[in-house]
Design a protein around this ligand. Structure first.
Ligand code: DCP
Length: 159
């Protein structure tokens, strides 16, 4: 299942909380495949682990460490290159493929960690984005990357 990059249909316009108007997705025509869902990835990795009798190794702490190691591998791909443009136009296909594999390792371990911690990850992410919107009201923070603690918002002291 490949992410759709080229020849994608026009992106759906999405609701913006900034002004109540619909705005286009700003990701330059790129979006993910509809499937697999996070729960399907969870099930695939669950089966992969069961088939190898690896559940015994996939404890929360081990998974966290494994995920952190994979994050390091992603960082290694970016190190010493300077800033890179969206879409990585100057990267070789080999390096882009490598990046897609390392990011996948991070995702696979993240999903597995969430499963083992009984965190419903897609639902939790939706809730977190809602909270982020409260912490960072668009009209107040537009164009600024200050931390929410520097603003006087209702969610200032929540996390
Ligand atoms: N005990 C393990 C070992 C591996 N994997 C799976 C999850 C990751 O997607 C991938 C990680 O495999 P490696 O540890 O071999 O790491 P890399 O694929 O990054 O290889 P390398 O470290 O050589 O770059 O395999 C797993 O679920 N449980």
């Amino acid at each position: 299942m490949m992410a759709q990059q080229l020849n994608s249909p026009p992106l759906k316009r999405q609701r913006s909380d900034r002004d109540g108007q619909e705005e286009p997705d700003s990701s330059e025509g790129f979006r993910f495949s509809q499937e697999p869902t996070l729960d399907q990835i969870r099930a695939m990795q669950n089966q992969f682990s069961r088939e190898r009798n690896w559940d015994q190794f996939h404890t929360p702490r081990n998974l966290l460490l494994a995920m952190t190691g994979e994050v390091g591998e992603v960082a290694e791909l970016f190190q010493w290159r300077g800033e890179v443009e969206e879409g990585l136009p100057d990267w070789s296909e080999k390096d882009k493929k490598h990046l897609s594999q390392e990011l996948s390792d991070v995702l696979i371990y993240l999903v597995r960690l969430a499963e083992k911690c009984h965190v419903d990850l897609p639902a939790a992410a939706v809730d977190k984005i809602k909270l982020n919107k409260l912490k960072y009201p668009a009209h107040q923070v537009y164009g600024s990357s200050k931390k929410y603690t520097e603003y006087n918002t209702p969610e200032k002291n929540s996390s």
